[in-house]
Design a protein around this ligand. Structure first.
Ligand SMILES: [Zn+2]
Length: 676
């Protein structure tokens, strides 16, 4: 394993060693003016998440770090002739948001699957798969998710015939919206050797048509027959999906994610992306205990980098509450013979814990049921020798149902509660049926943890929940859901966080949990310039506005990684560094195109692999169908005419009508091609 890890250690050294810029002396009257900043933000409603100075109006950024923050008078001296000055018009600016528990590859996989949510007919589902088939080499799998026959005029479960005729050359698997069924085509049935005589596997069903042939719908465990024949993804595909997920996080205002349980292959993919300079946000990775990466980590030391770190091991101690897999001390209220599942022997957790503790590595254990939480605390207590070890920053992930006496043990041992506010509001409508009226009081107890002095970090467990941290803030502050299934005053409102506590749990505590509290998590001089601008005051304003709020600008280490506002006053970006990058990467082909749209740099990349998060926005090409894919909302009426031959004539028209609010581009624009 040494050979595997060592190159990463060496390659990371440059990143890890990147020093924070020296803290500048504050400007004082009569003193020489400070060196000009790269960026100065004025007229902003700033929440710093720092206890000493929680509010500010202005901030100066240079060298990737915050150089000054406070009142405008204290920041104005940093404005020089080349400083970009942004008047935020009173908009809210927060430290970069941190999700302390997400799954990046799963998110990237969701984003790269054919999205079938919102389809209103089987024909529409097929049309979306046909579009994807045009850009997918024959024989390769096409995966999609999100169909729901209840949204169709004909609500019957689909039969594969129409799909198989429309897409005969690719195996296809389309997962239903609930994840409990999949529609597959004939090619996929053949590869999985599913015929009329294949018996239903335990816990699953192969649905049949009226002639007794497989209908193409596989329920629950039967999907496994097809999943088993889907080849593992390539390393290039893994990198692509991780980058997609990072870009999505940047769009949502997340500047760091704790990736909760990765494999060696994912680690290698992250390393490759970091090496390419395509790494928009920060990743604090946990090695999955069951993967060889955990063994590698235990045999070495952790790796700390500003962009990418690995010094934690993720263990899963039980299942989930919804599927009655969470390990309870007494049976489920709605399943009197079931206690749930222990998925990792506590003895083994103690052994692994001892090794990790000696190596100064962090251990993060998924525990949802009260018995799982109790057992994990026992194991931690054993490893800690009964003494508090807050400096180890070991955490229980989810900490969902916890006995009152165990909350005190979190505090006593210095164990962190890493929780997901949206789990509470998603589970709220049915959790009591699993737990009963007494035990439900043990669930989702943020306030009790905070009152006991337990560090509380927030996340989402995406893609189980949405990765949108604003929804997390909303759930934390209101304990309300978006569907109105929970009481108007909030579900167990005594457990609400204050807005300041919620912000801290999504910023400072997440940074601290990643051993990065000296570099990020709050906005203070000398810390990384990671920040987010939001169109509503999501901390001090009306909480009901939070779910409707939008992230306008995300900055990581002083670099813009997402920007929605395209102000006409904004200076056109310097395209020279982009051109240099494109030429050195051999991306300057005739087919690749570069445009300024409303002053924003947009690169049309036909070949893929020419993206670079440092520069502009990249739209992927590859074929006319991808163009349709990107522009489908605005050019629905032109869909038929848009063939390859007509492509160049239509291109400018399409760009002028591009509808990508996620890129900060509205419906009509000035388009200026740039010579390549
Ligand atoms: Zn998880």
């Amino acid at each position: 394993m040494t050979s595997l890890l060592l190159p990463f250690v060496l390659a990371l050294a440059a990143d890890a060693a990147a020093p924070a810029a020296p803290q500048p002396a504050p400007a004082s009257p009569g003193a020489a003016p400070p060196a000009p900043a790269v960026l100065v933000v004025l007229n902003a409603n700033i929440y710093t998440a720092a206890d000493a100075a929680p509010r500010a109006r202005a901030m100066a950024v240079g060298g990737g770090v915050v150089r000054a923050i406070g009142e405008e008078a204290a920041v104005r001296p940093y404005i020089g002739p080349k400083t970009r000055v942004v008047d935020l018009g009173g908009k809210t600016l927060l430290p970069g948001l941190i999700d302390s528990h997400g799954h990046m590859l799963s998110l990237g996989t969701r984003l790269s699957d054919v999205d079938l949510t919102g389809t209103t007919s089987y024909e529409q589902v097929i049309a979306r798969v046909v579009e994807r088939a045009k850009t997918t080499p024959k024989g390769e799998w096409i995966l999609g998710r999100g169909w729901d026959q209840n949204d169709w005029a004909v609500m019957a479960m689909p039969l594969h015939g129409a799909l198989s005729r429309a897409v005969p050359d690719h195996p296809v698997r389309l997962t239903r919206i609930d994840g409990h069924a999949a529609l597959v085509n004939q090619r996929a049935l053949d590869l999985a050797h599913i015929t009329r005589s294949t018996p239903d596997p335990q816990g699953g069903a192969i649905l049949k048509d009226d002639k007794g042939e497989p209908s193409g719908v596989l329920v629950d465990a039967a999907s496994g027959l097809v999943n088993d024949v889907i080849p593992p993804i390539t390393q290039a595909e893994r990198e692509k999906r991780l980058l997609l997920a990072m870009q999505e996080c940047a769009r949502l205002g997340l500047t760091m994610v704790h990736d909760a349980g990765i494999s060696t292959q994912e680690w290698l993919a992250y390393k490759a992306l970091l090496g390419n300079g395509t790494f928009p946000i920060r990743i604090y990775a946990m090695a999955a205990a069951r993967d060889s990466l955990a063994d590698t980590l235990l045999a070495h030391n952790g790796i700390k980098g500003l962009k990418l770190s690995l010094r934690a091991i993720k263990v899963i101690a039980d299942g989930a509450l919804g599927s009655r897999g969470a390990l309870l001390g007494s049976p489920y209220s709605d399943d009197p013979h079931n206690l749930g599942l222990a998925t990792f022997p506590l003895e083994r957790l103690r052994e692994l814990g001892e090794l990790a503790f000696q190596k100064d590595l962090q251990v993060r254990v998924h525990a949802i049921g009260d018995s799982a939480n109790h057992g994990v605390l026992d194991a931690f207590d054993h490893v800690f020798g009964g003494r508090p070890q807050p400096q180890a920053r070991w955490a229980i992930e989810h900490a969902q149902i916890v006995r009152p006496s165990d909350i005190a043990r979190f505090a006593k041992l210095g164990v962190v509660a890493s929780m997901q506010p949206t789990h509470a509001t998603s589970d709220g409508p049915w959790a009591e049926s699993r737990l009963g009226p007494e035990r439900i009081r043990w669930g989702y107890r943020w306030r009790d943890f905070l009152n006991a002095g337990v560090p509380l970090a927030s996340g989402s467990d995406f893609p189980v929940e949405s990765p949108d941290p604003l929804l997390g803030l909303y759930a934390a502050i209101t304990r309300r859901d978006l569907d109105g299934k929970l009481p108007a005053g909030g579900w167990f409102p005594d457990q609400k966080m204050t807005p300041a506590e919620a912000l801290k749990s999504f910023t400072a505590t997440g940074a601290w949990l990643a051993f990065h509290e000296n570099e990020m998590g709050t906005l203070e001089p000398g810390k990384q310039a990671d920040f987010v601008v939001v169109d509503h005051d999501v901390i001090g304003g009306d909480p009901e506005q939070i779910p409707k709020s939008k992230v306008l600008w995300t900055v990581v280490g002083g670099q813009t990684v997402y920007e929605m506002v395209s102000s006409a006053a904004q200076a056109a970006p310097d395209v020279q560094p982009f051109l240099a990058m494109a030429r050195s990467n051999k991306c300057a082909s005739q087919r690749n195109r570069l445009f300024l749209i409303d002053g924003k740099l947009v690169f049309w990349d036909w070949s893929g692999g020419c993206s670079d998060a440092r520069f502009g926005q990249v739209l992927y090409g590859g074929s006319t169908d991808s163009v349709l894919c990107v522009f489908k909302d605005s050019i629905a009426g032109q869909r038929k005419e848009c063939r390859v031959s007509a492509y160049s004539a239509l291109f400018e028209t399409m760009l002028a009508n591009i509808d990508r609010p996620d890129l900060g581009l509205g419906r009509s624009h000035s388009v200026k091609p740039i010579k390549f």
